[in-house]
Write a protein of this length. Structure first.
Lengths: 298, 274
């Protein structure tokens, strides 16, 4: 990062005038070491048989080949995809509805808006604990309410049965993440010039037509961007699933991140754990490239 | 016709509010219930009486005190450090000339978006190498990888949307860079800096996976790990856990009451889009 001359920095590089540049340089180096080099290093580790406290030997793609033959890994791969697609899809739909609702002239809108965005601001741990407690089979309020309204006959194992546990973790992710879509899309909606809607009114468009031909195309770029960003985060999510189910019951809710944590830190197979966590790297890079293109396309 | 439409939206908003607020309400209510009442087969929507025992038990039974102090120390130091570093970095990116300048915003955004779950094992190994496992110093070294990219990115967008005439005028008058940053930019940028500071604090305060992996020691861990460790029990102490979850949410709730507008903007894509 060489300094080109401008009116203020004709002195040598290490000077008070250049302090911002020096800090930027150090920050960049720090991020490259902690994020760039560690990623490359992990790729290296994933080609060894390193364990915690043990030596390591190069085994090439051995870890990956073994993993592909492993049912738990394939299950985690499948559920990572299902979890990401369903969570992001639901967050998008609900977030869009939330944004449309908040865009209406309703009394107390500012307060309502702040309240609806709380789940996104709260620590993941807080929301997950609250949901895990509500969904519990002993003393859980959800079962109690459903039974009171005669929707179910006996308590349901929301986190104890594989199929239900899968939906439960998706639901908690959606509860937490919907406001992110809501705020972002609302901002996009508010940026749509009202003249467009006036033209729509003059031409006699109904509500649905105005949505289809004005709202949707005008907010599309933000919607796309939020979806991509949420996708990259949801693919990498750990906290929600780990705190809800630890990947259980019977490994049914494992995603790459939780499986890699167990493999590396509980089974002490470090290299294999790294290989599992690296599995989302290709998708993350792909998403990053698309996001970058979307944001910096000007 | 028009009226009917609005009713539908009001119903939708009511449903959203119910779905959003009920889990928060339930956590709050549970945190004040007695053990017997928590495990009562028929849960009561309003507790019989409000008890503080779940809160006190956190500190007497579960070593929550040290965790709380650790979280406060780590989050405060990292958030404040982040703001200073990011202010300088963003200033350099937006106001100074150097090679590779145009790539900088992309680098920070990329660093912000890359999932932690890709990095957590090598970061564990790195900290093991330099002997910073099991120490809040290790966390303070790692957390800026989360906060700096976010804060710098937001502040770059801020600088790009702010005219530089005042700064230039000051420079013509012979002000040094330090004076320009602290006497001209800082006062004007204060609202942005405050919301970035708050969000950086929140990111550290809520962080879980690094804290889980990097720290084992009971007295060095943060609140998120202290609370999650209470989940490993035959009978999960939901009363105390809810109390902990409330404490965990408290700083955010407080800030929310005073500055929800800032937070909402800080959390939105507005800050990513610039």
């Amino acid at each position: 990062m060489a300094v080109t001359h401008n009116s203020l920095s004709k002195t040598k590089f290490f000077s008070w005038e250049n302090l911002p540049l020096i800090i930027l340089l150090l920050t960049t180096l720090y991020l490259i070491v902690f994020q760039g080099i560690t990623t490359i290093w992990s790729l290296g580790i994933s080609t060894t048989n390193k364990t915690i406290g043990g030596n390591s030997k190069f085994i090439g793609l051995g870890n990956y080949l073994k993993l592909f033959a492993n049912g738990t890994y394939r299950g985690a791969m499948w559920f990572t995809a299902v979890y990401a697609v369903f969570s992001v899809g639901l967050k998008l739909v609900l977030g869009f509805v939330m944004a449309l609702a908040l865009n209406k002239p309703i009394k107390g809108r500012a307060v309502i808006r702040a309240l609806l965005f709380l789940p996104w601001a709260l620590p993941t741990l807080t929301s997950v604990l609250s949901w895990r407690w509500m969904l519990g089979d002993v003393g859980g309020i959800v079962n109690h309410l459903l039974m009171t309204f005669k929707l179910i006959k006996a308590p349901v194992g929301w986190l104890g049965e594989p199929a239900l546990a899968k939906w439960s973790v998706v639901m908690v992710n959606v509860w937490r993440g919907t406001p992110f879509f809501g705020i972002s899309i609302l901002a996009a909606l508010q940026a749509i010039p009202s003249a467009l809607y006036e033209v729509g009114d003059i031409e006699g468009a109904n509500g649905l037509q105005k949505f289809r031909y004005i709202t949707l195309p005008q907010s599309m770029s933000v919607v796309l961007l939020v979806t991509l960003i949420s996708m990259i985060w949801t693919l990498g999510d750990f906290s929600v699933i780990w705190l809800m189910t630890r990947g259980g019951p019977a490994n049914s809710t494992h995603v790459f991140s939780t499986l890699s944590y167990i493999t590396a830190f509980q089974n002490l197979q470090l290299a294999r754990g790294v290989a599992i966590s690296m599995s989302i790297l290709p998708f993350s890079i792909l998403l990053l490239i698309v996001i970058m293109k979307q944001i910096f396309k000007k | 016709m028009k009226k009917q439409k609005n009713t539908i939206w009001i119903i939708i908003i009511a449903l959203f509010l119910l779905g959003t607020m009920f889990p928060i309400y339930w956590m709050l209510v549970t945190s004040f219930k007695s053990f017997q009442e928590v495990y009562n087969l028929i849960p009561r929507l309003i507790p019989e009486k409000l008890l503080w025992s779940n809160y006190t038990e956190l500190f007497t039974k579960y070593t929550f005190g040290p965790a709380l102090i650790n979280s406060i120390i780590v989050s405060t130091i990292v958030a404040v450090g982040t703001i200073v570093i990011s202010l300088y970095s963003a200033y350099a990116v937006s106001r100074m000339e150097f090679k590779g300048k145009t790539f900088m915003p992309q680098l920070f955004l990329m660093a912000y978006l890359i999932p932690r779950t890709i990095l957590f094992i090598p970061i564990y190994l790195l900290l093991a190498k330099i002997g910073l496992l099991n120490s809040i110093w290790g966390l303070m070294l790692v957390y800026p990888t989360i906060t700096i990219p976010y804060a710098t990115w937001v502040l770059i967008s801020y600088f790009q949307g702010t005219p530089k005439e005042m700064e230039e005028a000051a420079e013509v008058d012979g002000a040094t860079r330090r004076q320009v940053i602290w006497q001209i930019i800082f006062p004007i940028a204060k609202p942005s800096l405050v919301s970035t500071l708050i969000f950086s604090f929140t990111l550290c305060w809520s962080e879980y996976i690094y804290a889980l992996v990097l720290i084992n020691d009971k007295f060095e861990r943060t609140i998120t790990v202290a609370l999650s460790s209470m989940l490993v029990a035959d009978i999960i102490p939901w009363g105390s856990l809810s109390a902990g979850a409330v404490i965990c949410a408290l700083p955010i709730m407080i800030v929310y009451i005073f500055a929800s507008k800032h937070i909402v903007t800080g959390l939105s894509m507005g800050s990513v889009k610039g």
